[in-house]
Design a protein. Structure first.
Lengths: 139, 786
């Protein structure tokens, strides 16, 4: 894309969208949102960035190979399930802790870890497809 | 630790050994064999503790629950039969590990070899102690897989790869017959454990499914134990390094089929079918194997064919149903494992020290290799059935069982004498001929084998002698309990190494005389058999190749028919099927929905959104170029998402928005990649059917949705999730809680699918068209043409 305006705005837009996707991911348990939706928003952000500034820039920006991100997500989701076994409850039982950070009670759970795994798998797998298509499309 | 835990540990020891073997070999080189041999030795020591119970004729069972809900357990059954097998497997295994240490000394992949052979040992042990059917089947197939690895160990050679694949196809395929047979038995009797099955003999034999179960079990046993006409994989498996042949193809793997028949003898045995099929195939294998053995000049191949013949003899004895036949089978099985293991290792030593295994190129080795000569002779005496070796006891018992005035018995006695005579000749051709006569120059100058090489065969040969000399003890600990287990009723073996005048001894003498005649005329015999074979010109080995080629041809032709490789054909097929199911089923059952109910006052904004969706449709259909069509598809998608939002499904709407956006992006990227012409040039003859299919699918879905919404809504699940989402799962967003908590395992599976799909698409995108064509052409005809 040659448009100067688009190329100038794209990085900001992408950062905002990624930030928003994480927000959507984390609020998902109580309000509309969650790993799937968050992941899709993040992929759209990367797609926008890719269209504006080229695939190479995106690959540099996310640093890891997209499939590695997806793998890490699947791993995290599996670990989230296995933690329950270590705690001697059936696989995938949600476990919650409420540590207090800086005086604020923060609910953390294996469910949240699992949702983050879903997010990463969606981001990794779909952006990997989109990026590789975009890369060869230009040839 | 209690006995059960120790037994479990013993059964897992070989796999532990397999895990550490590569590392140990890297550290210690071939001397790692001394440490690795401790693993099977420990197993021998552990299982010896069952001797007191087992020699009293008791059956020791134990184990752990595996999947209790399916009545599947990890349990073992130790009686005379399985204990003998365990001791043979682990005992000979110990010696084989030591022997491989010397045989593959300085081989770059010795660690891997140790690993494979220990894994095989573990599978074989598991097979013979298995009590539950499932475990038996799993270990049965594991032995096929590990033997595939071992036979193909020298994987850079084409012949080794072919032999490995052949063994896997034949024995692994036979395993599927076994599985089917076990399922039939399970359905008839309702038990899944061998120890419980033993009392179901009468029910099983009276069942109308008896013949099916028998044929299926025989399909498994005959392929594994290389019975004619499935024998061809066994000689081909001689492509493996000699320790493998000595272990798998003499004492263990090929005996698995015989083990199975012996194990099921109390349940399936004793019927006319059993007494017809087993002796028929067994005796055919015996004679054909012995004849083919005489034709060979390669030491290992000669031994391989006699192994086949011995397996035939064992199957025949198991099936005959005469008094003492079972005892004879038990004795011969033990004797064969001892002498055949030793002879194979001797053949390996000769090959290793002289550089050739061709019996016509060997001679006069006795001065260079005196120790090997003594070992070879001791083993050959046992194989030939000469006193005072254990093979003599076995042979006497065979001839004790066979002769009577019954015509059937006479036929089998004659066949047994012929087979044994030929095997006698081969035994001495292997063990005597290379050592006597004039010295012949060999590729390597011959000298005596190192300790690691001769220790194994020496101990086996010595065992063959001592077992015969201490025959009372042997019978008490090994043979009698084993025969009892096979027969399913108490049996006592009394035969000893001292010859006594009688019919058996006379037949033994006839056998030996016959054997000596064959031995002296071996060269003439060999030429004669070779002429006959070349006249026939076809064998099961060739048949296997033809079968495999035919199979590949068939699947190529079928694939070409089903998989045209054109996307539009796939899509047409898929959507025609969808339309047929959606429209056909309600029409057939007369369950079309009633006329839909339209609300009187639809708000204006909802009507507007629906109008947008319809406009989107027309935009897609009427778009002049493809890119516009894709983008227009988004219009309709967004309109639907807004409808979701209005009806209180924000999560769904949200996802729909994102999916619409991304699919437009991805589709547009795909379009640019495919370099399609920008507009659609389909002729009318194609547009009309496509339109019909599209309309049929649309109407079908519409009708289905109308029907579904016409049914009163069942709110049980909604209520459940609304009630418990906050209280149990601490989340107010029910949709998200279902995804990540209530049905989290489903989601785990789904994201795994997402990832695998991503990988698949990634590799498809990366492949170039040329590479794709090369992969697709896995066609033997094409290779031949090229």
């Amino acid at each position: 894309m040659r448009s100067v305006i688009f190329r100038t705005v794209a990085p900001f837009l992408t950062s905002l969208m990624v930030l928003f996707s994480i927000f959507v991911l984390l609020r998902g348990h109580n309000e509309p949102g969650g790993g799937f939706i968050g992941g899709l928003i993040a992929v759209s952000a990367l797609a926008v960035y890719g269209i504006a500034c080229g695939v190479e820039t995106v690959r540099r920006a996310i640093y890891f190979h997209p499939m590695a991100i997806a793998g890490a997500g699947l791993f995290a989701a599996t670990i989230a399930g296995l933690i329950s076994i270590a705690a001697r409850v059936p696989f995938m039982t949600g476990l919650w802790i409420y540590p207090s950070l800086l005086g604020v009670e923060v609910p953390l759970s294996t469910v949240m870890l699992f949702d983050c795994g879903v997010y990463l798998v969606v981001v990794g797998a779909i952006s990997s497809i989109a990026l590789s298509l975009e890369e060869r499309g230009g040839e | 630790m209690d006995v059960a835990a120790l037994t479990l540990l013993a059964l897992s020891l070989p796999f532990v050994g397999a895990l550490v073997a590569p590392l140990l070999t890297r550290l210690l080189g071939h001397n790692a064999a001394w440490i690795l041999a401790l693993f099977p030795a420990a197993i021998v020591l552990h299982f010896m503790r069952f001797w007191p119970e087992v020699s009293r004729g008791e059956i020791v069972t134990g184990g752990y629950e595996w999947i209790p809900s399916f009545n599947v357990s990890f349990s073992w059954l130790i009686d005379g039969l399985s204990l003998t097998f365990v001791l043979l497997i682990a005992g000979i295994g110990t010696l084989i590990v030591l022997y491989s240490g010397g045989y593959l000394k300085r081989h770059p992949q010795q660690g891997r070899f140790f690993s494979f052979i220990l894994m095989f040992m573990g599978s074989m042990l598991g097979l013979v102690v298995s009590d539950s059917f499932l475990m038996l089947f799993v270990f049965w197939e594991l032995t096929s897989i590990t033997s595939f690895l071992l036979i193909g160990f020298d994987h850079s050679r084409e012949a080794a790869r072919r032999a490995a694949l052949q063994a896997l196809v034949v024995t692994g395929g036979g395993g599927l017959f076994l599985l089917a047979g076990l399922l039939v038995i399970w359905n008839v009797t309702g038990v899944t454990q061998l120890s419980l099955l033993m009392s179901f003999g009468p029910e099983m034999r009276a069942s109308p499914f008896y013949l099916a179960a028998l044929l299926l079990v025989l399909g498994g046993a005959f392929t594994k134990s290389a019975q004619f006409p499935f024998h061809f994989w066994l000689p081909n498996a001689m492509e493996a390094p000699t320790p493998v042949s000595a272990y798998l193809h003499s004492a263990t793997m090929v005996k698995a089929g015989v083990y199975l028949l012996m194990r099921l003898n109390p349940v399936l045995g004793g019927t006319p079918e059993w007494q017809l099929l087993l002796p028929l195939f067994g005796s055919a294998t015996l004679v054909i194997g012995a004849v083919l053995a005489c034709r060979q000049t390669d030491l290992k191949l000669m031994l391989a064919y006699t192994t086949m013949a011995s397996l035939g003899l064992l199957v025949m004895l198991t099936g005959l149903g005469f008094p003492h036949a079972i005892e004879a089978a038990a004795l011969y099985l033990v004797a064969h494992s001892l002498f055949k293991g030793a002879l194979f290792m001797v053949a390996g030593i000769i090959d290793h020290e002289t550089g050739t295994r061709d019996v016509t190129k060997l001679g006069g080795l006795r001065s260079a290799m005196p120790l090997t000569f003594v070992i070879a002779l001791a083993a050959a005496f046992s194989m030939g059935g000469l006193p005072p070796f254990f093979g003599f006891l076995a042979k006497e018992e065979i001839y004790y069982a066979l002769p009577s005035l019954d015509r059937r018995a006479m036929v089998f006695a004659a066949l047994a004498i012929l087979g044994n005579g030929l095997m006698f000749a081969v035994a001495f051709a292997v063990a005597l001929k290379p050592f006597i006569g004039a010295k012949i120059e060999t590729p390597k100058s011959a000298h005596e084998a190192p300790l690691l090489l001769w220790l194994g065969p020496a101990l086996l040969a010595a065992k063959g002698l001592s077992a015969a000399l201490l025959s009372n003890l042997t019978h008490q600990l090994v043979s009698s309990p084993m025969a009892t287990a096979i027969a399913g009723e108490p049996r006592q073996i009394t035969i000893s190494a001292i010859p006594h005048i009688g019919m058996p001894l006379a037949l033994s003498c006839v056998t030996i005389a016959l054997g000596v005649i064959f031995y002296l005329n071996l060269a003439r015999l060999r030429a004669f058999i070779a002429t006959i074979l070349s006249d026939i010109g076809w064998g099961p080995d060739l048949g296997f190749d033809q079968f495999m080629r035919g199979l590949v041809r068939f699947s190529v032709a079928l694939t070409r028919r089903l998989q045209s490789g054109r996307l539009d054909v796939y899509m047409t097929a898929t959507f025609v099927l969808v339309a047929a199911v959606l429209l056909g089923a309600p029409l057939y059952y007369g369950e079309l929905p009633r006329a839909p109910f339209f609300a009187a006052d639809v708000p204006v904004h909802e009507l507007a959104i629906m109008a947008i969706a319809v406009i989107g449709l027309f935009a897609v259909v009427l778009a002049s170029d493809r890119l516009t069509a894709i983008v227009s598809l988004g219009i309709q998608g967004f309109a639907v998402a807004v409808i979701f939002l209005l009806y209180g499904a924000p999560d769904l709407a949200f996802t729909q928005f994102m999916i619409e956006t991304l699919s437009v992006v991805v589709l547009a990227l795909v379009m640019t990649r495919l370099r399609l012409s920008p507009s659609d040039h389909r002729p009318l003859a194609q547009t009309v059917p496509d339109l019909t299919i599209a309309l049929a699918c649309g109407i079908g879905f519409g009708l289905m949705l109308l029907k579904v919404t016409g049914v009163p809504f069942d709110a049980t699940l909604t209520d459940f999730f609304n009630l418990y989402s906050k209280t149990v799962a601490h989340g107010a967003n029910v949709v998200n809680v279902i995804i990540v908590d209530f049905r989290g395992t489903d989601t785990l599976g789904e994201i795994a699918v997402v990832m695998v799909t991503g990988l698949a698409i990634l590799s498809l995108v990366r492949l170039r068209a040329g590479a794709l064509r090369r992969i697709a052409d896995n066609d033997p005809d094409a290779e031949e043409r090229a």
